[in-house]
Write a protein that binds this ligand. Structure first.
Ligand SMILES: Cc1cn([C@H]2C[C@H](O)[C@@H](COP(=O)(O)OP(=O)(O)O[C@H]3O[C@H](CO)[C@@H](O)[C@H](O)[C@H]3O)O2)c(=O)[nH]c1=O
Length: 340
């Protein structure tokens, strides 16, 4: 017997890195939800990320752009969307420095178009939620100490983080002004399978395999907090279902690494897995010109989601990194994807 559909979720950006992990989790865990993946399939989106769940009955894919208001109208009308999980975004800081307007279009205008569709089609007393997936970069840069909490003031530095901060503000504004039920989560750096090889970890895996230089920006003393992407997806699942509308949840791994230390670890693990003499990958490290406006340190205080919702990462960094490297080594064609 078919189960009653409890939620019809429009999930944006489901062909991307984090999005595909959230799609996989929801499609396999919630047979009674309809998951509609709307994705523009830009350079970083890849339907192969979802080949294992694409045939599931509760999953469908729509190729399109969140800035297309007419398309959103037709989707909301045809599918009676009850919930949105919004992950579609331009996400690479370096690209935002070269082309800020694209980030305004997708991350700001796209988010507002989605909010507008929800405002138009959702009754004020209906069972609805706009779940907005955001980043810790909205808080700006930390010095050597301290952590970002949910009450840290926004202070974005890059065009990317400014566009994400703006999108967060719009979501909150729709909550305040129109009573739209929303939740925002701000997460630290993710890593794991299906990560497009422009970001530090997959790019360096690719370059080690191809014995190409590893371009470390500046002196490599920048620090990031790393979280396995599957744990991020689980946090989204929990906050989506158990979180309080109108609240923000910070998500992070309590796992800070200076870039240069992380690169050394990656090099040594790869040497081991590839049976290369230890030190051969480190020899590829090349210190290059720094990223303009490079944030020194991100570090998340994830106490709230831990205490209130019982979330904690399920894998250690060592386990997560090993799983990630093994996945890339068994999917070498993924690293050939052209970055256009
Ligand atoms: C690509 C690249 C990066 N880096 C440095 C810059 C950063 O300090 C660090 C990580 O860089 P990225 O992998 O580009 O990630 P980062 O700028 O921290 O931003 C990531 O993490 C954010 C969450 O903190 C997300 O919101 C972003 O979408 C995501 O791209 O490594 C290098 O030294 N060399 C490189 O070639």
């Amino acid at each position: 017997m078919k189960q009653k559909v409890h939620k019809t979720i429009l999930l944006t950006g489901g062909a991307g890195f984090i999005g595909s992990h959230v799609v996989r989790l929801f499609v396999t865990k919630y047979a009674n939800y309809k998951i509609i993946n709307l994705d523009a399939l830009t350079y970083a989106g890849n339907l192969e990320n979802l080949s294992d769940v694409a045939q599931q009955e509760n999953y469908s894919f729509i190729h399109g752009d969140i800035t297309d208001a007419a398309l959103l109208d037709s989707i909301f009308q045809e599918h009676q969307i009850t919930h949105v999980i919004h992950l579609a975004a331009e996400s690479h800081v370096d690209r935002s420095i070269n082309d800020p307007l694209q980030f305004v279009k997708t991350n700001v205008i796209g988010t507002v178009q989605l909010l507008e569709a929800c405002r138009k089609y959702w009754a004020s007393d209906g069972d609805h939620l706009f779940y907005h997936v955001s980043t810790d970069e909205v808080y700006g840069s930390l010095g050597q100490t301290g952590l970002f909490t949910e009450s840290t003031a926004y202070d974005p530095n890059s065009p990317y983080s400014a566009s994400k901060a703006s999108s967060d503000h719009f979501v909150r504004a729709y909550g305040e002004t129109y009573g739209m039920p929303y939740i925002i989560s701000n997460c630290s750096n993710n890593y794991g399978p299906h990560h497009f090889p422009e970001k530090l970890i997959p790019l360096f895996i690719k370059n080690i395999l191809e014995e190409q230089p590893l371009p470390v920006y500046g002196d490599g003393n920048y620090t990031r907090d790393w979280l396995y992407v599957v744990d991020h997806a689980k946090a989204i699942d929990l906050a989506f279902h158990e979180g309080i509308p109108g609240e923000t949840y910070n998500i992070g791994g309590h796992n800070e690494w200076r870039n240069i230390d992380l690169v050394h670890l990656l090099c040594d693990l790869m040497d081991d897995k590839l049976d290369r003499p230890i030190g051969s990958s480190r020899a590829l490290i090349s210190f290059v010109k720094d990223r303009p406006g490079h944030d020194l340190r991100y570090a998340i205080d994830a106490t709230k989601i831990g205490n209130d919702l019982g979330w904690k990462p399920s894998v250690t960094f060592e386990e997560g990194l090993n799983k990630t490297l093994d996945w890339y080594l068994s999917h070498p064609s993924y690293l050939k994807t052209p970055a256009s």
